[in-house]
Design a binder for this molecule. Structure first.
Ligand SMILES: Cc1cc2nc3c(=O)[nH]c(=O)nc-3n(C[C@H](O)[C@H](O)[C@H](O)COP(=O)(O)O)c2cc1C
Length: 495
């Protein structure tokens, strides 16, 4: 009996020690928040591949991101070897899959060690924005995300030379941590630049636009996951701090109007953008989901005629993520990113002004090949949201809209945030960003180019069915040879 008792005491003591170790360590969010229990996750992860081979899901089954995609991010963020052994798991005949056309004369690494010169947004603005990284952190508000998550993203992005976008929840001190570049986003709720009556506080907007770290102002017209619906933040997430930053009451759900009251058609939208441009020295862009391509045509026509219009357009695909959205909009609204990028690229090419506008794309770009595909189709830069969340510990629990995110990423619960140590996770953000930057260069060199900015549609092919491939330049034709000539290394030159 004594032996049993001694044994039990030893087991309890060991478990208690392990629990204390879990609570004190700062590396693993899950263990820090769920001592002992959290270890099971790592155990199951360890034997997971074997178990899953017989039961549950395959590596390519889950959505929105399958395990193979998530693992790539996790490994990249931890600076681990993220090569694959034995060959691709993808069905290379599957309709919709894409492949680049590799050059026999791949560019030597020393000939193109990095992406080269920065991309300049709004070259004619008093303070043009020199963007150093082709991939950057997409808008995600403080409110949808925790303070710990925003801090980690801001510090990590700064370290990797990326900018961060505030999202539509106003400017928090956390966005400025790390001293990196920041885009300030304004949504229809005008959070952070809102008068008590709910109109735009122009003086505050001008003040923010003159801050040294603020590099651009972005007007958020719509978001891929919920076009035509304003941002939604459940009451549980509207803390005192968030309410103060946004200029709204605490504890009540924060629902933004589904459109700005400042404009109602293309002409009044352009007037509004022009007024914002007059108020701030930095470039002014807009974020949209593409539906009616006639609108883009009007925008490009006016830009070519008078030079009026946004300095950049950020195109969010229908596959884009969200903190909270109605399924009908998430599942059935707007063009996917690739079609949307082509629509905007072609409109500005058609009018011969493609070289004067920046196109940013967002929509499930996980690795260098995804980024390269978006750039080949017409984007200059690519925004990444959810993949950066994976880098700080997101496990795709799909609970962003509940305040119960188990990893402390998309919750305001102090207890859950405890597991996310910003300084530690910032390193992972930076490591993931660098891995994608490197991966993009690997694809670029393999295609025989020196800069990802030289990627064009003719470098890319899509599989339509078994045995049927189509070059992207044929699937998504450039408008005219003249229009294509606005940028170098285009199809005309390649032909
Ligand atoms: C938690 C969360 C919050 C977001 N908040 C905003 C926002 O405030 N403003 C905005 O324009 N987009 C917002 N988005 C959309 C992202 O900026 C991005 O456009 C979209 O998720 C596509 O990128 P991804 O496929 O890499 O996630 C949010 C997305 C997520 C996942």
């Amino acid at each position: 009996m004594d032996a049993w008792l001694t044994g039990a005491v030893v087991v309890v003591a060991v478990l208690a020690l392990l629990a204390v170790q879990d609570l004190r360590q700062r590396k693993h969010a899950i263990r820090r928040v769920y001592p002992l229990l959290g270890r099971l996750r790592y155990l199951v992860e360890m034997v997971g591949p074997e178990l899953r081979q017989y039961i549950v899901t395959g590596d390519l089954d889950e959505r929105p991101y399958n395990r193979a995609q998530r693992s790539w991010v996790y490994q990249a963020a931890k600076g681990m070897n993220n090569a694959v052994g034995f060959g691709t798991q993808l069905d290379t005949w599957a309709a919709g899959s894409f492949h680049f056309l590799p050059s026999v004369f791949a560019t030597l690494t020393e000939e193109a060690p990095n992406a080269g010169a920065p991309h300049v947004v709004g070259p004619n603005r008093p303070r043009p924005f020199r963007v150093h990284s082709r991939i950057n952190v997409a808008p995600m508000s403080f409110g949808a995300l925790s303070a710990a998550a925003v801090r980690a993203l801001a510090m990590g992005a700064a370290e990797a030379g990326c900018y961060i976008n505030t999202g539509e929840g106003g400017l928090a001190p956390y966005h400025l941590e790390g001293g990196g570049d920041v885009i300030f986003q304004v949504g229809p709720g005008k959070y952070g630049v809102r008068t008590p009556e709910g109109t735009l506080d122009w003086a505050r907007l001008a003040e923010i636009g003159r801050m040294p770290q603020i590099r651009a102002i972005e007007i958020k017209l719509s978001q891929g996951a919920k076009p035509g619906k304003g941002g939604i933040l459940p009451g549980a997430k509207v803390t005192e701090e968030i309410a103060t930053i946004r200029g709204i009451p605490a504890g009540k759900p924060s629902v933004q109007p589904n459109r700005f009251s400042e404009y109602h058609d293309t002409a009044s939208l352009i007037d509004f953008i022009e007024a914002v441009q007059a108020a701030v020295p930095v470039p002014v862009g807009m974020k949209i989901v593409i539906g009616d391509t006639q609108f883009i045509e009007e925008l490009a026509t006016e830009f070519a005629r008078s030079g009026r219009g946004p300095d950049y357009i950020s195109v969010d695909g229908a596959e884009g993520g969200t903190g909270a959205a109605p399924p009908s909009l998430t599942d059935h609204m707007g063009l996917p990113m690739r079609d949307a990028v082509v629509a905007v690229d072609n409109a500005y090419r058609r009018h011969g002004v493609r070289d004067r506008i920046t196109i940013i794309a967002a929509g499930r770009a996980t690795n260098g090949a995804d980024v390269a595909a978006a750039m080949a189709l017409g984007a200059d830069l690519v925004s990444i949201a959810r993949e950066f969340l994976f880098s700080i510990g997101c496990i795709q629990a799909l609970r962003c809209h509940t305040n119960e995110c188990p990893t402390g990423v998309a919750t305001q619960s102090k207890w859950r945030q405890r597991g996310l140590v910003p300084q530690d996770k910032a390193q992972r953000v930076a490591a993931y960003a660098r891995a994608v930057q490197d991966d993009l260069m690997t694809v670029t060199r393999s295609v025989g180019l020196k800069s990802p900015a030289d990627l064009r549609r003719n470098h890319l092919e899509f599989v339509l069915a078994v045995g049927k491939r189509m070059n992207a330049a044929e699937l998504y034709p450039y408008p005219t040879l003249e229009a294509m000539a606005t940028r170098p290394a285009n199809l005309a030159e390649a032909a």
